[in-house]
Design a protein around this ligand. Structure first.
Ligand code: DX5
Ligand code: ZN
Length: 226
């Protein structure tokens, strides 16, 4: 995993066929996905349950790009080694989910993964100011986490503040929630480089007809280029 600020689309498999993750991942990567975003939900930190580290380990061999694991769980620390052992390239924890985020981020890096920190829409940029040398990614949530297919919440001001704060550090800014061709240009212009998209990538396609995945990914990239 080398660092750059080029635009990357990270389809969230939360919007894929849960009975067919391997084939869905291969299809969406063939269609131009840059990273694969893996949403882990516990029914406690967020009001929904998805899957855990065992599923992450099972899908790992199907991912050729970057396995980007977004933990929407509390607690985090007891599970870091399980997700690192599952082969996650990036492990992101929520600043709202843990009492000692500094310790959690250190533990993620010590486990051999890249460390990400995520901010809910109601959490200000300043909460990560003292963490920027400890992280590889800041995830700005543009929905309240827990479900795919929600309406985009404008966090442009926060993204710009983070971009300034990050300066020359090799830290990705990732946007998660409600990203589509109409919202992507706003967040890209504000300084984001990794755009998570679930419904906007998987809609209209399937493993037997994956071409829409590619069309959808290109539509987001094209909108950002205009
Ligand atoms: C929300 C998840 C997102 C979600 C994005 O809790 O973290 O990754 O799946 O889905 P869309 O793109 O449909 O908003
Ligand atoms: Zn996510």
């Amino acid at each position: 995993m080398t660092f750059d600020r080029s635009l990357k689309i990270a389809p969230s498999i939360l919007a894929a066929d849960f009975a067919n993750f391997g084939a869905e991942i291969r299809a969406v990567e063939d269609q131009g996905a840059d990273w694969i975003h893996v949403d882990v939900m516990d029914g406690h930190f967020v009001p929904n349950i998805s899957f855990g580290a065992t599923t992450c380990a099972a899908i790992r061999p199907h991912i050729k790009t970057v396995m980007d694991v977004h933990l929407m769980i509390a607690p985090v620390d007891p599970f870091i080694s399980a997700f690192a052992d599952a082969g996650a390239d990036v492990i992101t924890a929520h600043v709202e989910a843990v009492p000692h985020i500094h310790r959690t981020l250190q533990a993620i890096r010590a486990a051999g993964a890249r460390a990400g920190v995520a901010l809910n829409p109601g959490t200000p940029a300043s909460t990560v100011e003292e963490l920027l040398d400890l992280v590889d990614l800041v995830c700005v949530m543009t929905v309240n986490p827990g479900f795919g297919g929600q309406k985009f919440i404008d966090m442009t001001r926060k993204i710009k503040a983070l971009r300034n704060m990050i300066g020359d550090r090799p830290v990705h800014i990732e946007i998660d929630g409600g990203v589509d061709p109409s919202t992507a240009p706003l967040v890209r212009a504000a300084g984001a480089d990794v755009l998570v998209a679930g419904s906007a990538v998987f809609r209209g396609g399937s493993v037997v007809d994956p071409a829409p995945y590619g069309i959808n990914i290109q539509a987001i990239k094209q909108a950002c280029a205009e």
